[in-house]
Design a protein. Structure first.
Length: 429
């Protein structure tokens, strides 16, 4: 996949309504993007795929939805106020600012000069003021990760959910980081969504659960069709690990701009809960009724980015081997629209019959109806947005009660009875 695939993807996203530049009519806002009608659907599917595997289908996890603005002491305890910094340099000639560890040459990428300031620490948290007065005591932050909402609610969830350890708490939600150089489309942005699971367990079992979650989370991407050869697990070396962390793996994908992190899975020991115990003075320990043992649980965290996954699914599915016929080979669960429904012609009652099928299916999943243009053109339009199936209502539908299903990936067609349509698609999707 070459770098200009990114240009083709960006233009497909704009042309077909997946992603637009934020505030485009005002010239855009760097690091912020808007998901259009198809993008919003696909993002929802992606989040559902995560939620369903990590929360719905499990007996040992529950979900949460915490506030974005939290008590400022949360971020003191978590270490973000003190340490959530990236190294920054400024070009003295043109005043552009860069992440020092991302610079690939000694020349300024903007003006070409070689006159940089010393490296400074730049804190990535967005600050805001809460309430009408504007002094130091009203300073608050937009959360840079969703995890802290889970840690501070550990007791609330344990006492209300009646789950026993080991157990996990998951959350999907917006996070904000004032990145020095947002780049690579939605890969590095300032406002994004995360899907995080904090799995709490007894310290003696933490190594076992760490191994389990690394494997499980890596498999998730493959299960939804991401090319195995482009995925890899990278273990953090000793100097990359935080002092409290017992281990960390990144799931990485080979983007046109190289292998990059999609998700981190970390063995965080009892660091987070202990920090909040010390900062708040409240106990966040767990009491095991059976063993009569009280302890601070260890945590295995998996932290994935929705937007980075979105880009991965898009880039991996993008097939322009025939530039006149672009196909997005998305997994049916991730594809924004599942079935394109077409009457062969606009007359003889075919549109009415097609509409009837559309109304039946749209109660269960996203479908689209189109009656203009040749059938071939309508197929191609759906291929370009990743719709896995098309259904055509023709004169046989009237006479024999059959419809034609066309498969996106193989181009194959099959004829089925129109009464079987719903069961057929429910099975496939
Ligand atoms: P990076 O080193 O790329 O800045 P990170 O190691 O700081 O990432 P984490 O703090 O581990 O990232 O965040 C967990 C996940 O959240 C990442 O794997 C990524 O998918 C997502 N994420 C983090 N920062 C961004 C961002 N600026 N834009 C989009 N997604 C992000």
């Amino acid at each position: 996949m070459s770098k200009n695939i990114m240009d083709s993807l960006t233009s497909l996203c704009k042309r077909r309504g997946f992603i637009f530049q934020s505030s485009e009519i005002y010239g855009g806002l760097n690091g912020c993007w808007d998901y259009g009608p198809l993008g919003a659907l696909m993002k929802k599917n992606l989040k559902e795929a995560w939620w369903s595997e990590n929360i719905t289908e499990r007996d040992d996890t529950v979900g949460m939805d915490c506030s974005i603005i939290m008590h400022p002491n949360v971020w003191v305890a978590s270490g973000h106020v003190g340490n959530f910094n990236d190294p920054m340099v400024e070009c003295r000639s043109c005043n552009a600012r860069f992440r020092a560890d991302h610079l690939t040459s000694e020349n300024c990428p903007t003006c070409g000069n070689q006159d940089f300031t010393d490296v400074k620490n730049f804190n990535l948290m967005f600050e805001t003021q809460v309430g009408a007065s504007q002094d130091a005591s009203s300073t608050a932050y937009l959360r840079p990760e969703t995890a802290q909402g889970i840690f501070v609610n550990f007791n609330n969830v344990v006492t209300t959910s009646r789950l026993k350890l080991p157990m996990g708490i998951g959350q999907i939600g917006k996070s904000f980081r004032n990145e020095i150089n947002p780049r690579n489309f939605v890969f590095r942005v300032r406002e994004f969504e995360q899907m995080e699971l904090e799995f709490f367990c007894h310290p003696d079992e933490a190594d076992k659960w760490f191994e389990y979650w690394v494997e499980k989370r890596f498999a998730w991407y493959k299960n939804y069709g991401i090319t195995s050869d482009k995925l890899r697990l990278r273990e953090h070396g000793g100097n990359e690990l935080a002092h409290y962390a017992k281990g960390c793996y990144d799931v990485e994908y080979e983007f046109p701009f190289g292998f990059q992190e999609l998700e981190g899975i970390a063995h965080r020991s009892d660091f987070d809960l202990t920090q909040h115990i010390n900062q708040s003075g409240k106990s966040l320990q767990y009491f095991d009724e059976e063993k009569k043992e009280r302890y601070t649980p260890f945590v295995i965290e998996s932290s994935a980015g929705v937007d980075r996954s979105f880009l991965t699914f898009l880039a991996d599915a993008f097939d322009d081997s025939d530039p006149k016929h672009v196909i997005l080979r998305l997994h049916p669960k991730i594809a924004p629209i599942k079935v394109g429904i077409f009457p062969l012609t606009k007359k003889d009652g075919l549109p009415e019959m097609a509409m009837e099928i559309k109304n039946q299916l749209s109660k269960y999943f996203e479908v689209t109806y189109e009656q203009t243009g040749s059938i071939g053109k309508r197929y191609y339009r759906q291929d370009e947005i990743g719709t896995p199936f098309c259904l055509t209502v023709d004169y046989d539908t009237k006479e024999k009660g059959t419809v034609t299903i066309r498969h996106r990936d193989s181009g194959e067609q099959e004829v089925i009875n129109k009464d079987q349509v719903l069961t057929y698609f429910l099975e496939k999707i």
